[in-house]
Write a protein that binds this ligand. Structure first.
Ligand code: ATP
Length: 315
């Protein structure tokens, strides 16, 4: 999706303190139309607190949050109409089937007559729940309950969806299905803020990520942006046509290249530093007379980035 310049979700120096706990401490970021923003952090990082403020369920201690330009403090009603919130806990409703459950939320959003029926049909079809319309909620699997919860948060066709740890507790198949649904929502021009501590899940579905810990946003940007902004650890693999041991000795005399292992024509080593240093190293190897047939580095995954960024700061 191509981002335009007006953000749909905006956090402006958001703070929320509970006594001495700084649950959210000076967090600012923007999400643009059609983007999927991954909000990543360990337990207790402040994700739910910020999302609850965006959903107008709590107020900030300082700062503001805006949906489509409307402040959660000054214009909560307008915010609610534009926003669908999927909380991390599914509300329990005894003796209600899927259709009745969605119908209740459709009516709560003021949908009447034909509009309500159309919204129900669309939501059931989107979530794949049409076959289970008459099934009591108590008999649904966790994955189906999550679909229903997603359905409830999109019944009024909001432009913005806030999804708090939607993948938590799902089996792998249900996770894949959820991921596909989120991708389809983005294709329908929804702007999505989705939280998780399951990092690899978000890497595949998000355009942008923000890493939060102890209430503070440590990094935002695309995964590649975050990697560029810091030193990364790489495992480099080199194939040299001859003199592998000489190359290993030559390399061991340089700073910053460790865990050197040779295996026939192959040489592996670790490198912590800027990516550009590896390109310089390759040039130096060739200039030193080594016949390099292959040179490649294994890139960090989002999980690596997360671990790197939050290193030593997890609560
Ligand atoms: N109502 C509250 N009263 C007091 N402290 C709170 C309250 N809500 C949250 N906190 C504290 O604020 C911090 C942030 O919590 P929050 O639930 O936002 O984190 P989270 O990133 O969503 O974590 P999780 O993944 O565990 O849901 C935690 O230290 C939590 O104990």
């Amino acid at each position: 999706m191509i981002a335009t310049r007006t953000p749909v979700i905006e956090l402006r120096r958001l703070h929320r303190f509970f006594g001495r706990t700084k649950a959210v401490h000076d967090v600012s970021f923007e999400v643009y139309p059609g983007q999927v923003f991954g909000y990543i952090g360990p337990n207790g990082a402040g994700k739910t607190t910020s999302m609850r403020i965006l959903a107008t369920l709590d107020l900030p201690t300082a700062g503001d949050a805006l949906i489509d330009g409307y402040s959660v403090i000054n214009d909560p009603d307008r915010v609610r109409r534009r926003l669908g919130f999927m909380p991390d806990a599914f509300g329990v409703y005894a003796n209600v089937n899927c259709r009745e459950y969605l119908d209740f939320f459709a009516r709560s959003y003021g949908l009447r007559g034909r509009d309500r029926r159309m919204a129900m049909d669309k939501t059931m079809e989107f979530t794949g729940l049409d076959a289970l319309a008459e099934k009591p909620i108590s008999g649904l699997s966790k994955g189906m309950k999550q679909r229903l919860c997603l359905g409830r948060s999109m019944i009024h066709d909001p432009a913005v969806m806030i999804l708090d740890e939607p993948a938590a507790g799902l089996d792998p198949r249900a996770r894949i299905e959820l991921r596909e649904m989120i991708a389809r929502l983005a294709q329908h021009d929804k702007t999505i803020l989705v939280s998780s501590h399951i990092l690899t899940e978000l890497a595949e579905m998000c355009d942008v990520v923000g890493i939060i810990e102890q209430g503070q946003l440590l990094a935002t940007g695309s995964v590649a942006d975050i990697q560029r902004g810091q030193l990364t650890q790489s495992r480099v693999r080199v194939r040299v046509l001859e003199n592998t041991d000489s190359l290993a000795k030559w390399l061991s005399e340089k700073d910053g290249f460790n865990e050197i292992v040779t295996d026939g024509q192959l040489l592996h080593f670790s490198h912590v530093g800027e990516r550009a240093e590896e390109a310089v190293l390759l040039k130096e190897m060739i200039e030193a007379g080594f016949c390099i047939a292959e040179f490649g580095a294994r890139h960090s995954t989002l999980e690596d980035v997360f671990l790197n960024v939050t290193k030593g700061r997890v609560q």
